[in-house]
Design a protein around this ligand. Structure first.
Ligand code: T1G
Length: 655
């Protein structure tokens, strides 16, 4: 017989065990209704004699996906999650968590308060709150250390890392992992453990860990925080666990959670969270079946091609890579093996995995081999003649239903598509370097791209574990176009009086890993120089133009690779070069510009405004579907700090 505790929580009594099921699609979030229902279920279990124990589980693919993030802006309805969690822990009867899927944030905090935890082998567990600019707010920072110790807790909570059920078992915060259906196992456990002394997590001591281990974990986690407040607070709260009564730790955690929840960083990261979900909704493609892709062809195995190949092998595809010559193919294989070796060194891959991936790779100099491919991605030199000729060739080699993709950064994919007889099967797949690491993938919809071709590109990107953002065709698509505006304004600031290292320092203080001039030096100055030279003939003479970068290139200063660019480099370290300062002074003098001191705030606001203005133009031209897509591109492709939300959000453009 089913008992309804609320709209999203129901119960069923089976042999003295109350099975409480949370059913709040899509992710069983801990909404107000869910909290009320779960609290009622625990109360019912406590008050009903025929109930000897309770099992809590989720309906569908998730256990509990966390607190309901959509409720964050509004006053919190009672009962709060800490109250529900406390009622579970303090229950007089055994409560077993049957973790059937994702147990994240508040979802894991509910499980931690249960007296026994059984997880399905494919469950995912973690406290990812710092990725939302907050800390766990229902006991995670105080209960997890009591199960896994402070060092592991610092690592998990301050990074928000999500772990598998097996790792959770090894760490000690689940008691059992089962291949399928944890409810059945939980029922057995409930029957066996009911009536015995309850293991209340909150009552456990925090195991003594070496201070060194905790400090190491903290230092590592905080080295990546770059101005984010939540990881710092998470470390502080975990460190305090065990050094004061649980109630004090919980109260401090809750107050910290509530303060951070309303912070600008948390609002920005919530924007990013929902932006990622929104980017997946592409008009004209929803519900369109992608074409099947088993074999991926890659033309060109240089820096980008080898990265794309490794990403495709990592996603389980068979890859046919083609080079112009056998020598080049041999070099390509070396590059690809080298990337796999690096993945092994960083523990992301083992020897068996490496061998298995290389077994799915064939590489050679015979274009005809691509006849088998379902999708072919070219990553050859970014030259219009080279690309159009290649596509003309590929068009004659691949099957009628095969898809052709270009990895061009700046060329017009419509022109490339027009070189084929079937432009409807062409799209852009613009990877970012290193292609096997960078999460962003601009999926470029050409004028004639068919919906199922675009759907296939999106499905391919997701299977690679990438974040696909759709862009229509324009020079530089979304990312490079906004970045060009950013770099242009940065050069205006230098002409006005700022020096490159001052601009970089301001943007690094704002949260970027590297400022615009350091990034330009890393990427190399030649490509942009070649493009400026190509555009010189058509440039509007009335348009402001700063020629300092041209002067640098004319002086052979092409960036880090040449040891000199906006900075001078030795031993991998960058330094201000008086030669550049002199070159800047000369350029200003030639234009009669009297330099002035430019404060850091002005640098930041002008650069954000320049990016946002270009973003608005991109929206007006329907190049991007929505403002938050632009934010995602700049965050995941150009180092814009996520805790600032992206240029559109940071400048208040987002509705
Ligand atoms: N609250 C509200 N909506 C949510 C949500 C949540 N926690 N999680 C997902 N959604 C929506 C999402 O916007 C999308 O909506 C739909 O569900 C499907 O999501 C006190 C305070 C669980 C692994 O950080 O990681 O607990 O676009 O596409 O790929 O300490 O969702 O369809 O309208 O991502 O199957 C901590 C967030 C919260 C986990 C499922 N929890 N969620 O992945 O689906 S803070 C998280 C996820 C917290 C406590 C604190 C994933 C998922 P729409 P989806 P999925």
């Amino acid at each position: 017989m089913s008992i309804t505790f609320s709209q999203t929580v129901s119960g069923e009594l089976r042999d003295g065990v109350l099975i409480v099921t949370i059913d709040n699609p899509p992710v069983n979030a801990a909404s107000a209704d869910m909290r009320a229902g779960l609290a009622a279920a625990i109360r019912h279990a406590g008050e009903t004699e025929t109930v000897r124990a309770a099992v809590v589980t989720g309906a569908g693919r998730n256990f509990v996906g966390g607190a309901d993030i959509r409720e964050f802006g509004a006053p919190m309805a009672e009962p709060t999650l800490p109250e529900v969690v406390a009622s579970i822990e303090e229950s007089g009867k055994l409560v077993v968590a049957a973790i059937n899927g994702a147990a994240l944030g508040g979802g894991l905090e509910i499980a931690l308060a249960c007296h026994h935890r059984i997880a399905a082998a494919d469950a995912k567990l973690g406290l990812p709150e710092v990725k939302l600019g907050i800390v766990p707010g229902a006991g995670g920072t105080q209960r997890l250390p009591r199960l896994v110790g402070p060092a592991a807790s610092v690592e998990l909570i301050a990074t928000g890392r999500i772990v598998s059920a097996d790792e959770a078992l090894a760490l000690g915060f689940v008691d059992r992992v089962v291949a399928r259906d944890p409810v059945t196992e939980a029922l057995t456990a409930a029957r066996n453990l009911a009536g015995r002394k309850l293991r209340r997590t909150g009552a456990l001591d925090v195991s003594a860990a070496s201070a060194e281990a905790v400090e190491q974990a903290a230092a590592k986690a905080l080295s990546r925080a770059r101005g984010q407040e939540a990881p710092v607070e998470a470390v502080r709260l975990v460190r305090s666990a065990g050094q004061r009564p649980l109630t004090e730790g919980l109260a401090d955690e809750r107050a910290t959670f509530l303060r951070l929840r309303d912070s600008e960083q948390a609002k920005a990261l919530r924007h990013v969270f929902f932006a990622e979900r929104a980017a997946a909704k592409v008009p004209g493609v929803e519900g369109v079946e992608p074409r099947p892709v088993r074999i991926v062809g890659v033309v060109g195995t240089g820096l980008m091609g080898s990265g794309i190949t490794v990403a495709a092998l990592g996603a389980g595809y068979h890859v046919i890579a083609v080079e112009q010559t056998a020598e080049a193919a041999a070099k390509g294989r070396e590059r690809i093996s080298g990337l796999l070796d690096r993945a092994m060194q960083s523990g992301r891959l083992d020897a068996a995995g490496r061998a298995e991936r290389l077994a799915r790779l064939s590489i050679g100099a015979d274009m005809a081999a691509l006849a088998e491919a379902d999708l072919v991605i070219e990553a050859v030199f970014d030259d219009p003649a080279v690309k159009t000729e290649l596509f003309r060739q590929l068009d004659g080699i691949v099957r009628r239903r095969a898809i052709l993709a270009t990895n061009t950064s700046y060329l017009d994919p419509d022109v490339i598509a027009a070189a084929t007889l079937r432009p409807e099967r062409v799209l852009g797949l613009h990877f970012f370097s290193p292609a096997n690491i960078m999460r962003l993938l601009e999926v470029v919809r050409c004028a004639k791209t068919e919906p199922d071709v675009l759907a296939t590109g999106l499905a391919f990107a997701r299977r690679l574990g990438k974040l696909p953002v759709v862009s229509a065709v324009c020079e530089g698509f979304i990312g490079n176009r906004v970045f060009s505006a950013y770099r242009r304004e940065a050069e205006f600031l230098v002409e006005d009086g700022a020096l490159p290292h001052e601009v970089d320092a301001a943007m690094e203080a704002y949260g970027f890993a590297m400022g615009p001039f350091a990034v330009s030096d890393l990427a190399g100055l030649q490509i942009a120089w070649a493009r400026r030279k190509r555009q010189a003939a058509t440039r509007d003479p009335g348009e402001r133009y700063v020629d300092i970068a041209d002067r640098l290139c004319e002086a052979g200063r092409f960036g880090q690779k040449s040891g000199r660019g906006w900075y001078v480099y030795s031993g991998g370290k960058r330094a201000v070069d008086p030669e550049v300062t002199a070159l800047i002074d000369a350029s200003r003098a030639a234009k009669g510009v009297v330099p002035r001191a430019v404060p850091a705030e002005e640098i930041v606001s002008r650069l954000l405004a320049a990016m946002a203005a270009e973003g608005k133009a991109i929206l007006a031209e329907h190049i991007a579907e929505r403002d938050s897509d632009i934010d995602l591109v700049m965050i995941n492709g150009y180092g814009f700090p996520a805790h600032k939300g992206g240029p559109m959000f940071a400048t208040g453009q987002v509705a």
